[in-house]
Every structure is written in C-alpha cells, then in structure tokens.
Design a protein around this ligand. Structure first.
Ligand SMILES: O=P(O)(O)OC[C@H]1O[C@H](O[C@H]2O[C@H](CO)[C@@H](O)[C@H](O)[C@H]2O)[C@H](O)[C@@H](O)[C@@H]1O
Length: 437
C-alpha cells in the first residue's frame, strides 16, 4: 500500500468548493430549502424544479443504480452465463451463481487448506453482514449469537469491523474492545498504539481514549469534517419533507436513505444529492443498499483500509497471512478487489441473490456468516487440541457444521500442505463503476 503518499495528502487534486454557506446551509440550495418541497393533497411539489426535470439523475445512471440496489425477486441470470434464465423463486439462478462464487461453508476445507501456516485475519462489514438489513438503521442490532460468534472469532484471529457507519456508532452497536474498528468506509481507523507495527505510526495521530489507553487514529479525510457537517445539515433540511427519507452523519461521510421513500420520489432524493455534489466538487457519491453515500473524493476506501490494517498488524508479507473479508455491499467490492489482486486472500460476498462481484466465495445471509465464523473458531480449537495431543494423534476433522457440506475425504488430508485451489481470475468481471455527478 502506498501509505507514504497518503502522508502527504490522500486527497485527489480538485478545486475547493465555493463555500457560500448561510445558516449552515449551502446558499446555492437555499431556493430549495426556503420554499422547500411541500405536500398538497399528498402530492409532493418541489417549487424550483420544472416538471419532469430529473434529467441529470436519469441520464447519469443513478436511478438505475438505486433500483438495482434492491434486485427484483424475479432475477434474470444473464451477466455470468451465456444463456438467459428466468427463475420464479430465484433458487435456480442462485444455484447457478454459486458455481461461480461457491459457498464459503461448502468450501471450508479449501479455505483451511489455504490457511495452512498462515495467520487468518478476519475483516467484517457490519450492515447486511453481521446484522440483517432492517428498515430503520437505528435498529440494526446484533443478535446475541452473532455477538458471541464475533467475540470468539476475535479471541483466535485478529478481527476488524470496516463499516460505512461512523466508528462511534458501530462501536455502540458492537461494544467489543477486542476488535479493530474502521468507520466512515475506512476513513476513520482506530488502532491500539502499543500493537501498531512501526510503519504506519508516523501517519497517525496519537490520542488517549476514555479508559486512558493510548491509541493511534488514522483519519485521511479529517480536513473534510466541516464540509461534511455542512452537507449533512443541508441534506437534512432539503429532504425533511420527503416522507421516509433519512439522513445520517457518519463523521466523514453522509448517508441519505431512501429505503422507506415511495419509489416515485426516488428521483427527487437523487436530484437533491446530485445538486449538492455539483456544489461540492470535492465530494463524491457511492451507492449502498437503498442508500446514497456522500463522501470525500480522496483515494481511500475499504480496500485501502484493509491494507492499512494488515500493515499495522505487521502482516505486510502476503505469505504469512490469509485475510478474509466478509461483506454484502458495493463499497465492500474495493476490499474484495484488494484481496483478489495477487490472490492475497478471500473476499466473501453475502447475498441472497446473484450479483456480479470481485469476491471469491459467497454466503447467503448473516446467519451463514455466523456459521462460518463459528466454523473458524472450532477449527482453530481443534488445531490447538491437536498441538497439545501426544504425537501421532493429530487427525483433524472439519467442524461438525461443515462436515456434511464437504466431499468425503481422508480427515488428515487437511493441513498436509495441499495447495489450495488457485483463483480463476478470468471469471471475475469488473464491477460497474460508481456513478458520479
Ligand atoms: O458498510 P456497512 O456496515 O454495510 O454500512 C453501510 C450502510 O449501512 C447502514 O444502512 C444499511 O443498513 C440499514 C439497516 O439495516 C438499512 O436500513 C439501510 O437501508 C442500509 O443501507 C447505515 O445506516 C448506512 O449509514 C451505512 O452507510
């Protein structure tokens, strides 16, 4: 990772925005916010817009991306096979997709073979990966079982959560001190000072946390803090009359949720965000699951955060480590790409529907994520027991939950150094570039 260049500035060259803010709201948006969208007889009226003027968001692909962030049940399988197959319940399509992106549970032995003599490092996304997607982002809690699984996995493997949420917010939801946390899509990383390998120390800010512990903070977008706050306030104001819209401040990025907005009003949400980005050329958009995310235009993402954390843990050598990243979202693709390049590790996409991805394996939903984490723990425990067992009694069985998923094989073939299957990179297509203003 080129963190050194980051030290100078990770910010892509760009002109500064015109800061004409008044009352905390960008002045170019005041015509909207002063009059504001209003409802007459339940019909949303937006004063400044001419009828039918959503050309920007129609032509730049935003609306299409917004719709595809929640794929229809009847999914057309055409991107990854030569034939078009329509499946009423999605099962056939899903099954065909898992040939290309096999289940990480079914492939557990393969993953463990690859982990031989390597340190597994676990990276976890939060929403849609550890907690199921729910309508209200404030109610995205971890189940007690998932919390226990994450706690156990962190006992045996370095484990980090990398999320689009703010670091504080995700910590409030997880509250496990033994994890590493990267909030704001990796733009806010906290790392215990004493554990940090020397390389990255110089680009961090020292900070003493509430418990008096020294931590290092890496915040490559810190100069954007006032701008993000201003954009947050503006977006709250201009969307306040759009029923169901919700704006969240995640410190170095802002989320505009449209999950609970009537689909007819999605163009309005999109146009508001689009107009903001026109006024703040140093900000950009990424699409998440029924959420538009406004973030600084800096060369930093979840993939860069994975590299930063691996280096901070002292695992810059590809040979010593097997990073596993589990995520469900488009923003997780940056991390999948990093692991895919040079066959460094495994990305695992969490999805109940077929999706084009840079991940290597798949899992259906958070309950399968939990099962996978538990399998990692059981495998590690078995290994430890083996190491303590008298010589000659070192047979290892895969964890019970994955035993019936793997093809029958001699139990001790595992960990005998069989080379793990090499990634067939030709199968992976580029993901759609994120739309910009
Ligand atoms: O990187 P992540 O941890 O996956 O965070 C991405 C976004 O997650 C949250 O929104 C998503 O989950 C919500 C709760 O299930 C759901 O209501 C929403 O529709 C999803 O987009 C979070 O609220 C966002 O701010 C994050 O950016």
């Amino acid at each position: 990772m080129d963190v050194k260049s980051t030290k100078v500035s990770p910010v892509l060259a760009d002109s500064a925005p015109l800061n004409k803010s008044r009352l905390g709201i960008h002045s170019s948006l005041l015509p909207y916010s002063q009059a504001g969208p209003t409802f007459t007889n339940n019909i949303l009226e937006i004063p400044r817009k001419k009828p039918g003027k959503f050309d920007d968001v129609l032509s730049n692909g935003w609306l299409e991306a917004m719709r595809s962030s929640s794929p229809p049940r009847k999914y057309i399988l055409k991107d990854f096979t030569n034939v078009e197959v329509a499946s009423e319940d999605g099962d056939i399509a899903y099954h065909a997709w898992t040939i290309k992106y096999p289940s990480a549970l079914n492939s557990f032995r393969q993953i463990m073979d690859r982990a031989k003599n390597r340190k597994i490092v676990v990276f976890l996304d939060y929403d849609g990966t550890l907690s199921p997607i729910v309508d209200n982002p404030d109610h995205a809690f971890l189940s007690a079982d998932m919390l226990a699984a994450v706690r156990r996995v962190a006992k045996y493997f370095p484990t980090a959560i990398i999320t689009g949420r703010s670091r504080d917010k995700v910590y409030e939801l997880v509250r496990l001190k033994e994890l590493y946390y990267a909030g704001s899509h990796g733009m806010d990383i906290m790392f215990p000072a004493e554990d940090m390998a020397s390389g990255n120390r110089s680009i961090c800010t020292k900070y003493t946390d509430q418990q008096g512990k020294e931590v290092n903070l890496f915040q490559p977008a810190s100069e954007f803090l006032p701008m993000i706050n201003e954009v947050f306030r503006t977006l709250v104001e201009i969307t306040k009359n759009i029923k169901g819209a919700k704006v969240e401040n995640h410190k170095f990025c802002v989320s505009v949720h449209y999950r609970n907005v009537d689909e007819n009003s999605w163009p309005i949400v999109a146009q508001f965000v689009y107009d903001i980005l026109k006024d703040y050329p140093r900000l950009r958009l990424t699409h998440g699951r029924k959420v538009l995310e406004v973030r600084p235009m800096i060369d930093w993402d979840k993939g860069k955060a994975v590299e930063f954390l691996l280096e901070s843990l002292g695992f810059s050598s590809n040979q010593d480590v097997l990073p596993i990243y589990i995520g469900d979202d488009r923003t997780d693709e940056d991390a999948f790409k990093v692991l895919q390049s040079g066959n460094r590790g495994y990305g695992i996409l969490v999805s109940t529907v077929p999706k084009e991805t840079n991940a290597f394996f798949s899992l259906r939903d958070p309950s399968e994520v939990k099962e996978f984490l538990e399998s990692l723990v059981r495998m590690k425990q078995q290994l430890q027991r083996c190491q303590e067992a008298p010589a000659g009694q070192t047979h290892i069985r895969p964890p019970a939950s994955t035993q019936n998923r793997v093809p029958a094989r001699e139990p001790d073939v595992l960990f005998k150094g069989r080379v793990g299957q090499t990634a067939d990179r030709s199968r992976v297509k580029e993901v759609e570039p994120q739309a910009g203003p």
